[in-house]
Design a protein around this ligand. Structure first.
Ligand SMILES: Nc1ncnc2c1ncn2[C@@H]1O[C@H](COP(=O)(O)OP(=O)(O)OP(=O)(O)O)[C@@H](O)[C@H]1O
Ligand SMILES: [Mg+2]
Length: 448
């Protein structure tokens, strides 16, 4: 029961939560009022008519006494009856004439029957027999008219009901508009928090509504300021990490190049010299010197590939567009069956070093992933500059991303680089194509 009530209550709006108890209070007050009327009214009716009831008894006693000593009792009785008249309250009724109607049975003007029933009007009438000698010649009948009392109570009841209804209406209107005025700023606060969750910290939440809500809005705005600063710090940090990472890779590439290059050259030269100092040309195939030479060449090629991966000289030297073309040429040679298409914007070479490097790394990882994981027949690379952002798309018609995709170093690195430049990265499957879509704002990155 309590759970059912909780579920019902939890679904009620704030307005309903205010109005429902108010309506319940008014209905409760009316029910209590009705109950009080029912308890108190019968006694009130009796008290108000007690005097008249006693008078009726006294009249009957006086008439019986007068008839007992009268010379001509019937004449005395007639004269008395005439004098008394046929008033509604105390009357002389000869035997066999109209039956008494109870006060509750009477019709009381426009008062609804349920109200009369609610009052529990008591039977206050009384009958006092009149005798001449031992003969019953009629009755003094007391039948009070309770209509004025009932009407008075009805008027009071109507006044209470209408004033409490009017009060309830006023309270309801006031609650309705007050909650409306409080809910509007709350809705704005909610919208502001949603904007913050989406990373928009610039639009301030208007300070409106009652002081408590205004304070919450002001605190949410403060939170936005703090989050904006933290987000900026975070981006700066990411930028630094990316820059340090690239610097480290360049350093590593330089070391590898400078250390390995001369050594490999020495190995090759010595292997050639070892074979046969007299002979011209390369050593005999199958000879140990030929083996050393082949291994040295393979090592040299592997070294070149590692160097290219670590620090693509081409981006700095050739520019982004030409570097991507080189990358795609290598991809074609690695996967001869793959159809590779590209759409590269002319303005790619106007981007500064950081953005060029980032864009290159994103394309490089996207292409490597397509070659390694997709088993595709076509692959497309597009890099376009649209208005104030660069958009990169690497698509393939391969197997698609696994349902339980977990980011490896490649996608994590790609994501970090893009985030460092305020960009967004999406991995989607659209019309049979796996697409890595990345957008990076140009901001201050158009250098040349
Ligand atoms: N084009 C694609 N088609 C299908 N699956 C893909 C594609 N690109 C990425 N994936 C999936 O996403 C996973 C994560 O890629 P990610 O580049 O992060 O790691 P990785 O390529 O496995 O290893 P590495 O860290 O060397 O890049 C991959 O293992 C692969 O399952
Ligand atoms: Mg990868």
């Amino acid at each position: 029961m309590a759970r059912l009530w909780n579920r019902f209550w939890n679904h009620l709006s704030l307005r309903a939560r205010l109005l429902l108890p108010m309506a319940a209070m008014v209905v409760g007050a009316l029910l209590l009022g009705g109950l009080a009327l029912q308890i108190v009214s019968p006694e009130q009716f009796e008290n108000e008519n007690a005097q008249a009831a006693r008078s009726a008894e006294r009249v009957a006693n006086a008439l019986n006494a007068a008839l007992a000593v009268a010379g001509n009792p019937p004449q005395t009785l007639d004269a008395f009856a005439d004098k008394l008249g046929r008033s509604e309250t105390i009357a002389f009724v000869p035997p066999g004439t109209r039956p008494q109607r109870s006060a509750a049975d009477r019709h009381h003007g426009n008062i609804p029957a349920w109200f009369t029933a609610l009052l529990k009007v008591p039977e206050l009438g009384s009958t006092h027999p009149i005798r001449i000698g031992v003969t019953h010649v009629g009755d003094i009948v007391f039948s009070p008219d309770l209509s004025p009392d009932i009407e008075e109570k009805w008027a009071g009841f109507v006044a209470i009901v209408s004033s409490s209804s009017a009060l309830m209406l006023l309270a309801a209107l006031s609650a309705y508009f007050t909650t409306g005025a409080a809910l509007r700023p709350l809705a704005q606060l909610g919208a502001g928090l949603t904007r913050m969750r989406n990373g928009d910290y610039d639009a301030a939440i208007p300070l409106a509504g009652p002081p408590e809500i205004r304070k919450s809005c002001a605190e949410a705005n403060q939170l936005a300021v703090t989050l904006r600063r933290l987000s900026q710090d975070n981006r700066n940090l990411l930028r630094k990490i990316v820059a340090v990472q690239d610097e480290e890779r360049r350093e590593l590439a330089r070391e590898l190049h400078d250390e390995m290059g001369p050594l490999l050259f020495a190995i090759r030269a010595n292997a050639t010299a070892l074979s046969d100092p007299e002979a011209e040309g390369p050593p005999e195939p199958g000879s140990p010197a030929h083996g050393i030479l082949s291994a040295a060449e393979a090592l040299q090629q592997a070294n070149r590939r590692v160097l290219e991966g670590l620090s693509p000289l081409s981006v700095a030297d050739l520019g982004l567009a030409a570097s991507v073309q080189t990358l795609l040429r290598n991809a074609r040679s690695q996967a001869p069956g793959l159809r590779v298409t590209s759409r590269l914007d002319d303005r790619l070479d106007e981007l500064d070093a950081l953005l060029s490097q980032t864009a290159y790394r994103v394309i490089q990882e996207g292409v490597t992933n397509a070659l390694r994981h997709a088993h595709a027949t076509t692959m497309g690379v597009a890099a376009t500059v649209n208005g104030d952002q660069i958009q990169l798309e690497i698509s393939d018609d391969g197997t698609g991303l696994p349902p339980d995709l977990t980011f490896g170093r490649g996608l994590i690195g790609m994501h970090e680089r893009v985030r460092a430049l305020d960009g967004t990265l999406q991995l989607v499957r659209e019309q049979g194509q796996t697409i890595v879509r990345c957008r990076i704002p140009l901001q201050n990155h158009v250098a040349r």
